[in-house]
Design a protein around this ligand. Structure first.
Ligand SMILES: NC(=O)c1ccc[n+]([C@@H]2O[C@H](COP(=O)([O-])OP(=O)(O)OC[C@H]3O[C@@H](n4cnc5c(N)ncnc54)[C@H](O)[C@@H]3O)[C@@H](O)[C@H]2O)c1
Length: 305
């Protein structure tokens, strides 16, 4: 099959591309970076087609999104801020809308979309299942993700497109360039007096190891017969920020370094105190993670060191 991966030079997209190639599929990547800057694609650059593309320009995009069996839509503005919502809107929502318009125009029949825990905001039920509602995100990122899910649902119903949506936990693994493990390692390499923790360290999150994430996506892709499927995809287990810091320090033989906390309870504007996914739906569908959150953190720390 021929897959188009948008944002395919990113952390998850590049791993997905490598797995698809190993399974004998053809891969085309559209990303906003030039290929030369995509260090994760270096080992496979001669086996893929690659185009640097601006997703905010519909007419140009329409002429490019042609002839694919599956579109894996992975690009999205991850670090939305409160400073420039219009730019975030263009890079996330408008880009998603333009991609859907291109898919409709060119009669492409399948799309995979990566959503996230941010759509749940601060839920009152844990573990949180796909049926939880109302969905009240507390970040622009979460708002644009839930809006994108809604658009995908309507396009699926109106234009006969198969849609798979995955609400991911925190994905960790090799070649990460942001996120808590990357951040802690960087800080610990530069300062031996203390390590700064964003928030009070008691935030609790649900992690999934990158290989598990790719396995889960492929399992559903190969087996789902629904027009519109939506799954939580994570380990369904949790770990606190303090325990993550402990593991990273142990792996770096720096267990004696003390934590220093920022003044706020949460790590950043739009952060949430607790994420814990109910993954019984995807388990019943025949997929289970190999790693729990702790194992994912230990492995990803080793990957990055
Ligand atoms: N990594 C996680 O823990 C996590 C959790 C939940 C959901 N997701 C979702 O999974 C997807 C992939 O995440 P990732 O961690 O690989 O992110 P990433 O930032 O590593 O990769 C995203 C890629 O998309 C490209 N990109 C961003 N905006 C673009 C635009 N407007 N036009 C074209 N290209 C653009 C970037 O250059 C980058 O290569 C994203 O949609 C993200 O929101 C990730």
């Amino acid at each position: 099959m021929h897959f188009l991966i948008t944002g395919g030079s990113g952390f998850i997209g590049s791993a997905f591309a490598k797995r698809l190639l190993s399974l004998g599929h053809h891969v085309t990547i559209f990303d906003d970076k030039p290929l030369e800057q995509s260090f994760r694609l270096e080992p496979i650059k001669n086996q893929i087609s690659y185009k640097q593309i601006d997703f905010t320009k519909l007419s140009a995009l329409k002429s490019e999104v042609v002839g694919f069996d599956v579109v894996a839509h992975f690009y999205f503005r991850a670090n939305t801020s409160v400073k420039d919502p219009n730019d975030d809107f263009e890079k996330s929502m408008l880009s998603t809308f333009n991609l859907l318009e291109s898919i409709r125009a060119n009669k492409i029949k399948k799309i995979v979309f990566l959503s996230g825990a941010a759509v749940y905001g601060n839920p009152s039920v844990f573990p949180t299942s796909e049926t939880y509602g109302p969905l009240t995100p507390v970040s622009l990122y979460g708002a644009f993700k839930i809006s994108s899910e809604a658009l995908l649902s309507a396009y699926s119903a109106l234009f006969d497109i198969d849609v798979l949506v995955f609400r991911l936990g925190n994905v960790v693994g090799p070649h990460m360039t942001r996120g808590i493990i990357f951040d802690l390692i960087k800080k610990l390499k530069n300062n031996f007096d203390f390590v700064e923790i964003l928030g009070n360290g008691e935030q609790i999150k649900d992690f999934i190891y990158l290989d598990d994430c790719i396995d889960g996506i492929l399992h559903v892709l190969n087996n789902s017969k629904e027009k519109f499927s939506l799954f939580n995809l994570s380990s369904g287990t949790t770990i606190s920020v303090n325990d993550i810091a402990k593991i990273v320090k142990q792996e770096m033989n720096l267990a004696h370094i003390t934590n220093r906390y920022s003044n706020s309870e949460l790590g950043w504007v739009g952060d949430v105190q607790k994420v814990h996914f109910d993954i019984s739906k995807i388990r019943q569908f025949g997929w289970s993670p190999k790693f729990d959150s702790k194992q994912a953190i230990v492995s990803a720390t080793k990957d990055l060191l």
